[in-house]
Write a protein that binds this ligand. Structure first.
Ligand code: ATP
Ligand code: MG
Length: 350
């Protein structure tokens, strides 16, 4: 019997639309080769919808997605809609309602790609980011507007449950790699939440004697990503630190356009969501030159999550082989368009 999956696809805005189009076609081609099928439910939940209705998604959007096997997202955002609307109107509610508490962001130096640091020969890092609590909080406010004492207060909320589960997940990833885990912290400057983070990570990791955990201050870690990225393998980080670190790692590996991201509900009680790390890139939207690798890699992570491991590998190998043959979009120094890169991937699927 052929496995069939229902995936909600939210192409979004700008280059999100271009790269999602490529990713869906390539996934369909992989599905045909590997004997499974995808029913795509395309959702026009984007900034245009917001401008028309004042909402990024329908009132019952969450209920609609809850019936599917996964969510595939391009990118949302346009210059004339504030970023906090797209973030808090779509992305953050999905992550939280579906308890996608792990944000998994792998990055490798891909074949034929020059990293942004001279002499970089290899890089293979997985950032495990806590995805539903921490610094991204609604608690706080603006006070004393119009007075000289005006201030803003922004709370961060870290729970034992939240830190424990991300630490468990990261420990398992580290164990499946080189057994080394770096925990990003700032317990010297942030004196309540970060010492708590350190303590709970250490307690959780005590259950994994085969995993060596090193706690590193986020400032030093940022420098290490740039100076000595080969000393890093698996990193566990809070919501904010993980967000920044994973873009940094992607930048060192060559382009934000190649980075994938999986928002996972590991227990599979709710659908997980897969997306490229990049945004809608208004500066290159409509030009047909967006790099679709981040989107394809995210699609491969989705196939892996669905259990279609062979299909996931086929897709990853195909874009790696296109790159190895010197085919690349302008952000990587090549001359390929989004479409011609997609054609090259299509030819290499097996
Ligand atoms: P958003 O507001 O949706 O987050 P942004 O303005 O932050 O969008 P990003 O998409 O995050 O822009 O990317 C920043 C820059 O990196 C873009 O302006 C673009 O030049 C480049 N870039 C991002 N993604 C890609 C891609 N897939 N291919 C090529 N270049 C890209
Ligand atoms: Mg952005």
């Amino acid at each position: 019997m052929t496995n069939k999956y229902v995936i909600d696809s939210i192409p979004g805005d700008g280059i999100g639309v271009d790269v999602t189009d490529v990713a869906m076609r390539m996934v369909d081609a992989v599905a045909e080769l590997h004997d499974f099928s995808i029913e795509w439910r395309i959702r026009d939940w984007n900034s245009d919808l917001y401008k028309k209705t004042g909402r990024m998604m329908p009132v019952d959007g969450i209920e609609q997605l809850a019936t599917g096997d996964g969510i595939y997202l391009g990118a949302v955002g346009t210059p004339d809609v504030p970023d906090d609307i797209t973030l808090w109107g779509l992305l953050i509610p999905l992550r939280r309602k579906f308890d996608q508490y792990i944000n998994l962001r792998p990055m490798r130096l891909l074949p034929g790609v020059k990293g942004s640091m001279p002499g970089l020969e290899s890089l293979d890092v997985v950032v495990v980011r806590e995805n539903v609590e921490g610094e991204y909080s609604t608690i706080g406010g603006r006070f004393g507007t119009g007075t000289p004492e005006e201030f803003a207060l922004q709370e961060a909320v870290f729970t034992r449950k939240g830190i424990t589960r991300v630490a468990h997940y990261a420990a398992k990833i580290a164990a499946s790699r080189n057994g080394k885990l770096v925990s990003a912290t700032k317990s010297n400057g942030i004196i309540h939440s970060m010492p708590f983070w350190d303590e709970v990570v250490a307690e959780t990791l005590a259950e994994y004697p085969a995993v060596e955990v090193e706690k590193v201050l986020i400032d030093a870690l940022a420098a290490r990503v740039v100076m000595k990225p080969t000393t890093l393998s698996t990193i566990v980080a809070s919501n904010l630190f993980g967000d920044i670190l994973s873009d940094l790692v992607a930048g060192v590996a060559g382009s934000i356009g190649i980075a994938p991201s999986a928002n996972l509900n590991p227990e599979r009680r709710f659908p997980s969501m897969f997306e490229p790390v990049h945004g809608s890139a208004p500066d290159i939207a409509g030009k047909g030159i967006a790099n679709p690798i981040g989107a394809l890699w995210a699609a491969a992570m989705m196939l892996e999550h669905l259990g279609e491991t062979a299909g996931a590998q086929s897709l990853t190998k195909a874009f790696e082989s296109a790159l190895a043959d010197g085919i690349a979009t302008p952000d990587l120094g090549g001359t390929a368009t989004t479409e011609s890169f997609a054609d090259a991937v299509r030819e290499r699927l097996s």
